[in-house]
Ligand binder design. Sequence first.
Ligand SMILES: Cc1cc2nc3c(=O)[nH]c(=O)nc-3n(C[C@H](O)[C@H](O)[C@H](O)COP(=O)(O)O)c2cc1C
Length: 336
Amino acid sequence: MAAPKISNDSKAISTELTRLLGCKYPIIAGPMFLVSYVDLVVKVSEAGGIGGTPSLNWRTAEEFEAAVKEIKSLTSKPFAVNLIVNAANSRQVPDLDICVRHKVPLVITSLGNPKEAIRRMHEVGCKVFCDVTTLKYAQKCEELGADGVIAVSSGAGGHAGPTSPLVLIPHLKRHLKIPVIAAGGIATGEQIAAALLLGAGGVQIGTRFIASNEARVDANYKNAIVNASPDDIVLTKKISGVPVAVINTPYIKKMGLEITKFEEFLHTNERTKKYMKMLRHYIGSESLRNAVVGPTWKEVWSAGQGSGLIDDILPAAEIVERLVKEYHEAVSRLPA
Ligand SMILES: Cc1cc2nc3c(=O)[nH]c(=O)nc-3n(C[C@H](O)[C@H](O)[C@H](O)COP(=O)(O)O)c2cc1C
């Protein structure tokens, strides 16, 4: 692995990710459902990272296209869009068409088969990374031509993977040729340095950016992240049928974390699983939508274990600046 270098610009950090996308810092602000909108994307990209947003944050493809146009009118820097590429997402084709039409610099796929997204984005000279949690799926993405994988580890906000980042990053790195981007639990510059040392070509950070001025969520949600410890984060299957990391609020405690045996059967049975996915997605997204935008007793707040390292709510550009400063300080502290 080539050591990350500091470029001519004294603070820039040159890695596989920055060289591939042409950005200053190897930091992606992870796309976050109902959290990251145009403002957050633009502020992070303008600050030298890569701002990300999921296409499904917009209720229609037309609204999503207007958002992409707005981002492109506000920044010429690279940004990312997350597309869910499984059959349950009825917006898969129109949203990909929009990414192709507007040459979205980086598409991040999750779930399903990324083949079509890779083929079509490559035709217009754009890059595709795939969210992965296992080597088997990562190898499939590499075979299909992905430009990189996002290694989603345990401790992550959203749908966390099962494996420790200390193991997942070097494990994937050992078997893949494409860049491995570390995601899960990263909220400080020291952790970015650690991830790069483990072989990551960059990092994707979610939870830290929820506690930003630009995240479009209720102040109670941001404050809950500032106040949470790592052990306040639990995994619940109640939202989408698969484990999602959430803050253990009284509402989550009341709901319980497990689904019933019957629901489990419906989720795994060949004939019912597609419909269950759609139903869960709908129920899950509606309860999330209500929880993130306003005060409600139904506090469903997704966040990762990195919450324990977050003490303040800052403008997104300042978060990027601080991460970079901490990174350089950490590197200079390494024993010779
Ligand atoms: C509230 C929330 C919503 C998320 N929504 C999405 C999403 O829609 N698409 C996606 O690819 N990743 C999503 N993620 C994952 C993030 O992009 C990122 O990979 C993850 O948050 C990294 O872990 P961290 O939160 O510990 O930094 C979400 C994460 C959170 C916390």
